[in-house]
Design a protein around this ligand. Sequence first.
Ligand code: TPP
Length: 370
Amino acid sequence: MATHMAEPAAGGTTAVADHLTLEDRVWLLRAMLLMRGIEERAMTLYRQGKVPGSFYDGYGQEAVSAGAALAMAPEDRLCILHRDLAAHIIRGVTPARMFAQYLGRAAGVTGGRDGNVHFGDYRLGCVGMVSMLPDMMLVATGMAMAFKIRGERRCALTWFGDGSTSRGDFHEAMNWAGVQKLPVVFVLENNQYAYSTPLDKQFAVNPVERAAAYGFIGVTVDGNDAEAMFEATRAARARALDGEGPTLIQAETMRMHGHAAHDDMKYVPKEQVEEWRKRDPIERQEMRLRSVGVDIEELRASVRAEIDAAAEEALASPMPDPSTATEGVFHEGEAEPLGNGLARWSGFAAPEPGGEAAAEAGAVPSEVVS
Ligand SMILES: Cc1ncc(C[n+]2csc(CCOP(=O)(O)OP(=O)(O)O)c2C)c(N)n1
């Protein structure tokens, strides 16, 4: 782990994750390219007035969600935050559904309801985020508590920002997870700013040290390195399944755009942004893969084509029926349990004893677990 905790070396080409096949490493890059491409296109659609509400993106932070999500198994449970689109892609939300979500269409994950990034597909093992930050830490902790009580070998994971660390919910979740040794992974996406608040106005200690205060391991990872993120999360999950409790992973990264589309981030020094631009997570993964013979231009072209087709499909899809606006506000009838997500890491590709991995099925499996 220590080798993954060093300061990011700009443009480093060394592979750090021993557990990934070449195919896995290409998939990591593809997921990051899809995230960036979808968000860039969605931003254009927003400026054209086609995306209702506000617009948030995770430009430059793609490795944090891609690397962590890939390390999670189909039966694990994820609470995905507003800058973590690659995690939705890895769990199995298609680009067309992502665009439909931004455009408020019936085919979107929430069918045109709630904010465009406040969602999670429960059929893929994800719980949609609520706006109150960081309440998903408590939700993930609660799910981990259920796994422990039922004796299930499963893990929950959630992302949250540096701003979240100042809230009481952060401390409550960390404390309970530590006391109970729960199988949960907390990914602190430290992107240097919470809206306009810089880190030195957010905490007086390095927040990773707080894990020790609650009795568990905290590690700091180069959040712009998808393979390092994968490896840290894989190790955290393995510890959780072995009954060793939670891990706090601090992913160091940078919010390269404003808080949302309306924010020109004039409070951020330009040099800081330029310094981080040299550590772009996509360029880093491309450099690694180019050096082992992967045709990056072909990959980029195929991602572009996929995004074009997905945007077209979503733009041609219908708006929700206004007469259904009041449906789904309160729960009615039997609760539908959460399903399993895709998990494309080759380590999960082999069928597990007693159940077929979703990655093999290529779709949401018929066996549904909560
Ligand atoms: C309890 C709470 N207070 C305020 C907000 C409004 N708000 C939304 S995002 C945000 C900044 C969050 O910063 P951080 O946690 O660092 O995540 P980032 O957006 O930088 O990824 C704020 C203040 C909120 N959603 N919830």
